[in-house]
Design a protein around this ligand. Sequence first.
Ligand code: GTP
Length: 598
Amino acid sequence: MPIENTRNFSIIAHIDHGKTTLSDRLLEFTKTITVREQQDQLLDAMDLERERGITIKAHPVCMNYKGRDGKDYKLNLLDTPGHVDFSYEVSRSLAACEGALLLIDASQGVEAQTVANLNLALQQNLHVIPVINKVDLPSADIEKCKRQLEDILQLPADEAVPASAKMGIGIEDILEAIVAFCPPPKDPGDGYLRASVFDSIFDPYRGVVSYVRVISGTIIRGQKVRLMASGNDSEIKDLGTFRPKMVPCEKLEAGDVGYIIANVKTTADVKIGDTLTESRKPAPEPLPGFKEIHPLVFSGIYPVSTDDFEALKLAVGKLQINDAAFTFMAESSAALGFGFRCGFLGLLHMEIVQERLRREFNMDVISTYPSVIYDVRKTDGTELQVDNPTFLPPANEIEEIREPIVKVDIMIPNENIGDVMQMVMDKRGVVNNTETLDDRRVLLHTVLPLNEILVDFNDKLKSITRGYGSMDYEHAGTQPAELVKMDILIASEPVDAFSCIVHRSKAESRGRQLCAKLKEVIPQQLFVVAIQAAIGGKIIARESISALRKDVTAKCYGGDISRKRKLLEKQKEGKKRMKSIGRVNIPQEAFIEVLKNN
Ligand code: GTP
């Protein structure tokens, strides 16, 4: 098919505005899948995604479409995730496209991530086609959305396509708009092979599968190819397109999106963002790389059983191959043994990695309290970066600590301004200015310490605004802060997994909170257990757990032996998942609970 008939596009939107549902409709309409084949939501193939209802990885898919003009078109759709933690996936997918559908929920209108994703698309010079989705909802307000398109996004509202992904309304109009407005790919036509690797997955049977967008030249089976950044040569064993399953084909040409399987040995050989070229006739220069992404949140991940360290090492290595933003480094902890210091884009990303380790690799892991990277200048003039509270030098050796800050744009209904401003201040942030968007909503431009928005900021925002508030953030450098290391001692033993770096003004309340939480989740032992929070040598909060008699079957009066056995078995199961810290057994759930709720 001539390159003029190819269209590569993405769908971008705020979370839950209907990308996945629309993608499914497009696949159905183009008969890429039949309705019967369709699972609940096909593009969200990972179980975890379906459960959480969010798209995590970007999946490409190739569709054939006969336009109203009678011509045959090849449409490559790259699905993108909507959550703030995953905006790097969005920009990677966008780099492989010429156009984007900007989806807006007709009842919600433009939201913070609509703006952020539109900006990413415009930076890549994509043609943006607005689609007003969910017009079937009684609360849909198409006119309001059109006004917002013009006023907030400066997009021509008359180009907007009204649609309902759920009811299948406007689907053909969307396909026609893609054919008409999304420009076809351009081939530099100099004969060199250039393909960008925008994702990779590890398939247990086939090895490393790389997703590529061919910019120029042709890829065929048996060809010797080179990854330009790593310099590794390999041979193409298989190639094909996603329909949406992997279907082998003869060749991938300029403009195409598809997959390749080469005989690369290890997962580490494939760097996402690398340029694939021909070994025999390499392109003179690689394609402009993707924006380097750096993890912003760090936490230690440890196997519950120390015997599982090697298995965990293998698992994190495999996870990293299709998650360029996830980093890891071996570390050890007095309480938890050997494990890894892992870097994530945000808290959701962290939860997802932990969940994937559990489900896909069957790993039982414990993770430590998340931390950001602090720049520390010592009194002797040396500087270091600390992402693990254990390595924070003693207070008397520290001249200054700087913490990362983020610019956070928060879009909220007018009536919540007071409460949201209060929350921003409670989180040590400042509101720089307030922008009125329309008669109902405002946009707050704020700056906050990254550390403060890590855990529950988004949830709190949603609950204050009854779900109407939305936010987007970007990195904004560092600023000095009065930070201290807080230790948690259980039965006088410091538990390094619970140590954290906190702002001095918040240390006491945080210490009390942590101790109270630990009291709730650590089971009673045969002796009294003291839980203390300390800064330096000074105890700032304390709780204690009273002692317990061990007989778990005591409350099983009567002679029901099977019930007794069940209880004992349950206790045995529980023991396996315990971690002993000094004399105290702490269940794995305690670590997770404490981490989650603080
Ligand atoms: P993320 O991947 O998490 O960003 O979400 P998404 O944008 O892919 O949204 P998804 O397709 O999962 O849809 C979110 C919710 O909106 C689901 O409950 C859909 O059933 C619903 N939905 C999607 N399109 C429509 C529509 O046209 N009308 C109505 N009424 N509901 C819709």
